[in-house]
Design a protein. Structure first.
Length: 262
């Protein structure tokens, strides 16, 4: 069963043929990512599909949100599984959307106090979790290098649990130059490095601050490390154990937020 509005047929047709020129539609799935996307006026939503069990929730979300797509398509779980591919935990709810407009670095960080910079963190689950922490602790953006970061797929959006709509994911062509630009804009660059002599929390963090974290295993690359004004390690109770990069980001953001609040 499908409920559609005729005036939106042209947009529905665009979604089936690949969306606007230069934009490839993606599927978001799960209650929180879909709900957050519907609440985001900057997000163009094309199709909303639900099972019979989730149809009432989908209709309620569509009525209450400014960016609702044209009606709710009711189908079964097997069809949603087919559309999304194996392993997608969709909770019987999915929505096809166009990618968000790429945010500008300068405009995004202007007059802000905390940003996160990721040095070749490529796992979409980690980047999604970091976006979620950034939203929780008030970071203005998560900045990544375009060539060495995951695309904004449904996997990343599910891990972000809605935060993809709230925290700009800023892509830069060259991370070292991006860090230089942040310095020009007044940011202090603080890198998280397990071998640093200073410990996070032992001394005041400068403000505004860009917290830079590297990929698990390899950590910060040499150029990224050399771009930092300060390197700190996260103190641990057990030597030799390290945190997942998304957990390390949450700890660093918590400390930065605590210090900013005084």
């Amino acid at each position: 069963m499908s409920r559609k509005h005729p005036k939106h047929q042209d947009r529905r047709q665009a979604s089936r043929s690949g969306g606007s020129p230069g934009q490839t539609p993606v599927w978001l799935y799960g209650l929180h990512p879909v709900s957050a996307a519907l609440a985001n006026p900057r997000r163009e939503c094309l199709r909303l599909i639900a099972t019979n069990e989730t149809a009432a929730d989908a209709e309620r979300l569509a009525r209450a949100r400014p960016a609702a797509p044209p009606g709710v398509e009711i189908t079964d779980r097997r069809e949603i599984d087919r559309l999304l591919g194996p392993g997608a935990v969709h909770q019987g709810l999915a929505m096809q959307v166009l990618p968000l407009e790429e945010p500008d670095l300068d405009d995004t960080v202007k007059d802000q106090k905390i940003v996160v910079v990721l040095d070749q963190v490529v796992d979409p689950h980690n980047v999604g979790a970091i976006l979620r922490s950034a939203a929780s602790f008030g970071a203005a953006a998560v900045i990544v290098q375009d060539r060495h970061s995951p695309q904004t797929t449904g996997v990343l959006a599910k891990a972000a649990s809605g935060a993809l709509e709230w925290v700009p994911l800023v892509r830069v062509a060259n991370l070292a130059r991006g860090l230089d630009r942040l310095k020009e804009l007044g940011f202090w660059i603080v890198g998280l490095d397990g071998e640093a002599g200073d410990m996070l929390g032992d001394k005041p963090l400068p403000s505004p601050v860009a917290l830079v974290l590297g990929a698990e295993g390899s950590g910060l690359r040499r150029l990224s490390r050399e771009s930092c004004d300060l390197l700190v390690a996260i103190p641990g109770a057990r030597p030799g154990l390290s945190l997942n990069v998304s957990n390390a980001t949450a700890v660093a953001l918590h400390e930065a937020r605590k210090q900013l609040r005084g």
